[in-house]
Design a protein around this ligand. Structure first.
Ligand code: SF4
Length: 379
């Protein structure tokens, strides 16, 4: 194996290690004497936590059997929420200083309230976002929410907030956003990288300090750019949804020769579209500006649903032959958007298929059949 290819394999192995073993990552940071703060989906102000000297660690639940969490949730609520509480009750997050949970959907609101009773040792910090995030009053509301997070973090972890540190952390996060935005385009030229490997790169970002992850992604980008483009021919597709990290599901994409050339997945590219702007205002003001500027997401209020056209535009720009909608079961925000996405895709002549997914799914045969039919349609 050529030296360059070995380097790429080594980098992919690092991403996989972090993505597959978040508990190990947490242990590592705790053993280094760092404090860890859990960050729930979908948009938590990680920059604030980072600026206060702590490690924000993503919690998106896990593919496990629900047992204890059933005492707190009805069956018809998304499994991401349920499995976060299940893992909390099982002690998987022991050692974390707090959990920050944003209020961006009804399930997340319930998660915060249940967490307080189910996992008493890890303090719950709410991040309450406004519905109308763009007008001045919305930005003031967001900033007040951030101030509340800062004072709760100070109380829970005993750490101090400093504006100049937040300025530095904003730089770290903007730099990470830049490499993550570049990544999908570079991966397009390398169909030999599997859907699972692509997922590992995105997923590992949740469990690593962003400066470390940026360096790894930069090294991968450099290595891939100087490596000859892969010869393997695959069918380019776009994915959309909240989460798309189940190994069995990703294997079906690879088995069917599908290559994800762009995504609108909340746990993946949606995170990196918007930077905190530079310029006037305090760092906290500009962080609120960032939230105001975010768009094209099911959990961000938009009566015009511009996300729908965004998906079509992105798919066409990346040369995708179709769109795979990974719908997390019982996710209301995504369920509301789906009929509009389907209609817009149909109007643009883009085949679109719905695959319902769940953290507890053991059998992917139905998904396999749907993806095989989709492949036949687009190839
Ligand atoms: S946005 Fe959907 S998947 Fe995410 S927490 Fe809310 S209901 Fe669950």
């Amino acid at each position: 194996m050529a030296e360059k290819e070995k380097n790429i394999q080594e980098l992919l192995r690092c991403f996989h290690e972090a993505a597959a073993h978040p508990a190990k990552q947490m242990e590592k940071y705790l053993s280094e004497g760092r404090k860890v703060v859990l960050v729930a989906p979908v948009y938590t102000p990680e920059e604030i936590i980072h600026s206060m000297g702590m490690v924000p660690l993503g919690v998106w639940g896990g593919d496990l059997q629900l047992d204890e969490a059933k005492k707190y949730f009805p069956a018809f609520i998304c499994s991401i929420m349920q499995s976060i509480v299940e893992l909390g009750m099982k002690g998987v997050y022991n050692g974390a200083s707090a959990i920050v949970i944003p209020s961006l959907c009804d399930s997340l609101k319930v998660l915060g309230q249940n967490w307080k009773y189910a996992v008493k040792d890890i303090p719950f910090i709410p991040m309450t976002y406004p519905q109308n995030r763009k007008p001045g009053f919305g930005r003031t509301f967001t900033k007040a929410g951030y101030e509340r997070v800062i004072s709760d973090l100070t109380r829970a972890a005993g750490t101090v907030f400093q504006e100049d540190k937040l300025e530095e952390s904003i730089g770290v996060y903007n730099a990470h956003n830049a490499v993550m935005r570049e990544l999908p385009g570079v991966l397009c030229a390398h169909p030999e990288i599997s859907a699972a490997e692509r997922s590992d790169i995105f997923k590992s970002a949740w469990f690593m300090r962003k400066e470390e992850h940026t360096e790894l992604v930069k090294s991968l980008l450099e290595a891939l750019k100087t490596e000859e483009a892969g010869q393997k021919k695959k069918i380019p597709v776009m994915t959309t949804g909240i989460l798309a990290d189940a190994p069995d599901l990703l294997e079906i994409l690879d088995d069917n020769g599908l290559q994800i050339v762009c995504d609108d997945v909340a746990a993946e590219s949606r995170q990196y579209r918007t930077d905190t702007p530079e310029g006037e205002g305090t760092p906290l003001d500009r962080l609120a500006e960032k939230f105001a500027a975010m768009d094209n997401c099911s959990v961000l209020y938009d009566p015009e649903k511009k996300r729908v056209e965004y998906i079509v535009r992105e798919a066409e720009a990346a040369g995708a032959k179709g769109v795979l909608v990974f719908l997390t079961k019982f996710c209301d925000p995504e369920e509301f958007d789906y009929p509009l996405i389907r209609k817009a895709c149909e109007a643009a002549g883009l085949p679109c298929v719905l695959i319902e997914i769940d953290r507890q799914m053991e059998n992917y045969e139905q998904a396999r059949t749907a993806i095989e039919t989709f492949r036949d349609l687009v190839q």
